[in-house]
Write a protein that binds this ligand. Sequence first.
Ligand code: SF4
Ligand code: SF4
Ligand code: SF4
Length: 384
Amino acid sequence: MSLAKTIIIKSNMNCNLRCKYCYEFNRNGNTYDSTVFDINQLCYFIERMAQVFPDSKILWMLHGGEPLINGLDYFNTFVECIKRVNREYGVEFKIALQTNATLLTDEWIKALEDNIDLLSERIVSVSIDGTKEINDQARLSKSGKSSYNMVLDTIERLRKSSLVYTTISVVGEHNIDKPDEVFSFIKSLGSNLCKFIPCYNYDNNGTPELLGIKPSDFAEFMCRIFDLWMHDLPKQDEWFVIDPIATIVSKLSGTFVTWCEYRQEKCDNFVCLYPDGELWLCDTFNHDSMRENAFLGNIKSISDEALIETFSSPGSRCNYDDFYKLMKEKCQKCDIAEYCCSGCLPCRAEMQRCSTELFNDYCKAKHRLINHIKEGVSLALSQS
Ligand code: SF4
Ligand code: SF4
Ligand code: SF4
């Protein structure tokens, strides 16, 4: 049976940083846990997937916490397993890495370069939120020290390597009023792909906490980034791709996009694997309130039959399909549904649980950003 999926491996639930907004530990438990996903169990599962889905293309994304904490031996064993399984079963398994970049030594860079053919588009994705002043308000070590210089040093070394690096920036209370500064800074880092992710942390009444911001604030931030990008466009020697702007432009022009938030397929293209063996749809689902919508089973006890069903039709293993329909009800008469595609469903569900105002603000923000980009693109086309 053929299968194309991304499997997010939570290789540990630990981190050497203590970012003030850290979603994983704020949403799904208050403690950092030193348990590491047993490498033998992980390799056994990778081989089992190759046996059960012999024509599959799976992207195995090492995630955390911070995946580099597990060390190079762990990574090398993981990579050797992927290579062997590709050879023996004819599957096309690739790897990806999401890291805070503070532990990416020269040895790590060499190990990634040695396996560049396995690395999806040669990319290493690095988290950084802006200048030192901005970054130091959120991304600190366990002892409260700045992580900025370590990340900048890593980016310098990545620049000299054969790897491609992209950046991912959280937009929260610490940088929401500084879009111009953030834009120039991220651009100066020299990567040609950057992604902005909103920090949607709220208390049970929908009041922003832990550097959280409202969706409409994020929309204003991104509108300004779009204006700066458009203004800069004629001066750019190379493409500087910014998401979600690039994804929205693609949606407006009817081009295929990969970002789940802007696709009708949504969450059933992902499976997230936790160190205790639990399988969930994407890690955005709240483990306390959304178990029935997204929990799929445990690799330690799941039969081959159930494994096939889980990966080929995850919605049938939990209440996801009903949840999907419910969260799309509001979108049926929406004038931008074709482009917005209902956004991130569990994210909207959490907002709805906390506050109607917040839930409605999500849609207001989508309208603001999508319509602003639409007008900007139309204006640019009319002048060309
Ligand atoms: S680097 Fe990531 S996992 Fe670590 S504390 Fe920051 S947000 Fe959390
Ligand atoms: S939960 Fe949100 S981020 Fe995760 S797959 Fe679904 S739409 Fe994408
Ligand atoms: S803006 Fe709101 S109602 Fe419209 S498609 Fe997006 S999520 Fe649905």
